[in-house]
Design a binder for this molecule. Structure first.
Ligand code: NDP
Length: 279
């Protein structure tokens, strides 16, 4: 399936394509989700990243239904929450998510965190293979997986995850996990692409200088850095102007020198939780 959108698409290891730029809805108020996702669809986004734990799948679903956009033109991701890891609970969880979204299938279903203390992610991964075979999702992947978690699902199943969705921004580039994933055909999705507002990424002089050189905002430069790095990216905003701003990144290009300057900002600084600590 190829979605027609001005956004560049990447091909997943199962042959399906994914729009490289989408819209994330973590911390989007469930009461406002329908309006905010409607704004995003009107701005041009066709890829929405939600999760069961965000509590806003119903609002996403209402916005999709009201948009009149054909299902074929949309790429929808949701995620299996930690409390639902395991075979039976994963099968039940995807059905609940689909009911809330009002969809017959999603495009991508992810294990949200490896939760190493539970030690059920391989079992859950085998359940995701069954969920895919049942047609409830087109592609399957993981999130917050470290190299050892990826190795375990690759060797313990018949499916290499299509993506690994990890915290990633210029100050936390996760080169080791990204290089391992890409060498196995796993695409990288960058969560917290703008540093979640917790890191002063958008005020760094290297990014500010590049922004003024292009007449763009610092957020647009960071999103452009993700796209040119090859990351799949879905910045979140609850503000209509910023939703549009974050999509308006297809008409300029960072030079090799500008990319190098931003690459040099990697400080190994995580702003979110370490995957070993989430259980
Ligand atoms: P982001 O890096 O996208 O940052 C969002 C923050 O940046 C908000 O405070 C937003 O404020 C602000 N912001 C957005 N656009 C701009 C702009 N143009 N200029 C200045 N500030 C801006 O963080 P997220 O955590 O939301 O990550 C993106 C998505 O990744 C999530 O929505 C979710 O889909 C996914 N995710 C996945 C996780 C996982 O464990 N798999 C964990 C976390 C996120 P405002 O809303 O006011 O504009």
């Amino acid at each position: 399936m190829t979605i027609s959108t001005p956004v560049p698409t990447l091909t997943l290891n199962d042959g399906h394509t994914i729009p490289q730029l989408g819209f994330g809805v973590f911390k989007v108020d469930p009461a406002e989700t329908e309006r905010i996702v409607t704004d995003a669809l009107e701005a041009g986004y066709r890829h929405i990243d939600t999760a069961a734990i965000y509590g806003n799948e119903e609002g996403v679903g209402r916005a999709l239904a009201a948009s009149g956009i054909s299902r074929d033109e949309l790429f929808i991701t949701t995620k299996l929450w930690n409390a639902d890891q395991g075979t039976e609970s994963a099968h039940a969880a995807i059905k609940t998510s689909l009911d809330k979204l009002g969809l017959e299938s999603v495009n991508l279903y992810l294990i949200h965190w490896p939760t190493p203390q539970q030690d059920r992610y391989l079992e859950s991964w085998l359940a995701l293979e069954e969920i895919k075979a049942a047609g409830l999702t087109t592609s399957i992947g993981v999130s917050n997986f470290q190299i050892e978690n990826l190795e375990r699902v690759i060797t313990g199943s018949n499916t290499v995850p299509a993506v690994n969705q990890i915290e990633l921004h210029p100050a936390f580039a996760q080169k080791d996990v990204s290089e391992f994933a890409r060498s196995h055909g796993i695409q990288i999705e960058a969560w917290g692409p703008l540093g979640q507002g917790k890191y002063n990424l958008l005020e760094l002089p290297e990014i500010a200088a590049t922004a003024s050189a292009h007449g763009k905002s610092t957020a647009q430069v960071v999103i452009r850095w993700h796209l040119q790095t090859g990351n799949i990216v879905f910045p979140k905003s609850s503000n209509t102007a910023r939703i549009r701003e974050n999509f308006d990144v297809l008409d300029f290009e960072l030079s090799a020198d500008e990319m190098d300057a931003i690459n040099s900002l990697d400080a190994g600084k995580r702003v979110g939780s370490h995957p070993d600590d989430v259980n």
